[in-house]
Design a protein around this ligand. Sequence first.
Ligand code: PLP
Length: 395
Amino acid sequence: MSFLSKHIAYLAESQSLAMAQRVEQLRRQGIDVIGMTLGEPDFNTPEHIKQAAQQAIADNYSHYGPVKGLLSLREAISAHMPAYSADEIIVSVGAKQAICNAVLSLVDEGDEVVIPTPCWVSYSEMVKMAGGTNVFVRTSADTDYKLTAEQLQAAITNRTKLLILCSPNNPTGSVYTQDELTQLAEVLIQHPDIFILSDEVYSAICYGDYKPSTLASFTEIQNQVACINGVSKAYAMTGYRIGWMACHNREIVKACAILQGQYLTCACMVAQKAAEAALTGSQDCVEQMRKTYEQRRALIMSLMDEIPEITYTVPQGAFYVFPDVSSYYGKRFGNKTITTSDDMAEYLLDQAHVACVAGSAYGEDRCIRLSYATGEKNIIEALKRIKKALTQLKG
Ligand code: PLP
């Protein structure tokens, strides 16, 4: 007999977490595993932000604060997102909680939530927590794994409540252009009862001509959109756990505040002061990290080009590449045949000692996700090992 509630029993364990545990095990055995699974910047938090956290401790930011977050932080966020006043912003424990607040505030039992795949692992589990139904729409490499207006239109039913769109995307690195968003917005204008969560946590990390873009920029639907962002990825502050939702629809902001007030009170005050320093201080650190990722992106792509039969879409943002390795499916190593992305991830871990995340975790079994939030030396060695392991497969 289990004491667990149905809601908890339905939830899946994070696959990337499970992979991290396997890596830890191998490392304890003295095996030199290269980790390409990291979903976070490999940089340390910039010094001026760390100092602000220390100052906040010295200044006794040790008390409960306002549920929606410190006004000074919300004003700093508003200065970064001028379309939103401080009142329209609610600070949470990471973007993750901001998304979860919104999903729990919006989704009822039986409501449908449209999620283009490949997608970040947690959306669907949050929808399950709310009792909603996930409607996954499979995108393809032909459209850079972006949802098209036709696909969106076809997925909408009279039970559709929410669309979750992530750009720049984890795991594909795709970034929607303003034109692509315009086409989606044209569909959404016809459906004023559908709400949109725009997950923009990687907005500071875009490459080439790609710029952060959001469905919230379309005035006709701006009351239907909540933007999610945070300091984790842009400022290398994942452990500080500060994120937020910005939304013109005050009813939704209020609902999230009530929810958060009951189960959280407020995000850590010291971390809020650090986030404020991140947003109000020099943004050079953000640009430096972005440039480094851009160089690593060029490196990893050039190395992947040397591996036969791997195809990939050029990442336009974030720090992931999502190569299609399915042409190796059906091939063998010893008596083991690789038939899925899980098999491939396991094979690369066991034979190449490179850890990646199987695409199945994101709803695309043809691919694996490699994070290039790691140094160039690691990238070069990892890709050398992957190439060797793949060319060893027979079949
Ligand atoms: N959204 C996406 C697409 C992510 O990849 C992540 C973290 O990996 C988050 C949200 C959560 O970020 P945070 O650290 O702010 O909770």
